[in-house]
Each structure stands twice: as C-alpha cells, then as structure tokens.
Design a protein around this ligand. Sequence first.
Ligand SMILES: [Zn+2]
Length: 144
Amino acid sequence: MNFSQRLQEMLQRFAVKMQQFMAGRYGTDSFTLFLVIFSMVFTFFGNFRPIRFLYFIGVVIICYAFFRTLSKNYDARRKELNWYLVWSEKPRAELKLLGNKIRDAKTHRYFKCKECKTVLRVPKGRGKIEITCPKCRAKVIKKT
Ligand SMILES: [Zn+2]
C-alpha cells in the first residue's frame, strides 16, 4: 500500500468515526450558523483593547454553538431554533430585501404598499405609472 492509499484509508476511517460520534446528536441548524457569525464578529472586535471583553463573549458564544451541535437533547435545541426563527424573522426579511434591492438596482424599484405594507417590485424607466397592490388592491401612482 502506498502513501496516498494509506492516507485515503485513514480519512475514510476518520469519516466513519465522525459519523458514529455524531449519531443521535443534534448537528447544525440556521441558529448555529447565526451564532458562529455572531461570535466571529465579537472576537474580531475583541481584538481592540478598550473592548477586549467582546472577545470572551465571542468565545462563550462559539462554545454554546459547539454545545448545541453535539447535544442529544433535540427538544431543547428545536425550541431554541424556533425562538430564534421567530425573533429573527423581521431582520432576516429586511436583509433579504436589501440583497434583492442591490441585485435589482439597475432594473427595478421597490415600494412598500401604504395599506398593507406588502413590498412591490416594479420595472424601472416606465415613467409615472399607477401600481395596484396585488394583495389589497390599493392603487398608488409612482415614478419609476
Ligand atoms: Zn397592499
């Protein structure tokens, strides 16, 4: 057996071991991803002396993320995920909208319906047009 074959076998054995280790454990979800990003932000800003304590908060957050991933208590972890999803619904929607606005900046404009707050997307460069909200039928005249 040559070196690369041996290495491959070692990696495979490691992968199997990892699978066995993770069996019955919760793993990652979108809350974990949020925690990881959050802890990276904290540890980054914690490099600056006057706010050094942020670094330790970042470490605590990443430990919590690891704890969740390895946890066998599915119920508790799902409850946390649910709580996170409810709490973050608005900011996540805003972030997505911002992404869409940037993506479509050249071709479309976005409006919020005054009546029902639905976000409307209209093509740019049509001059003044009357827009009917597809949800509540409210009409609004906008320059595009
Ligand atoms: Zn509307």
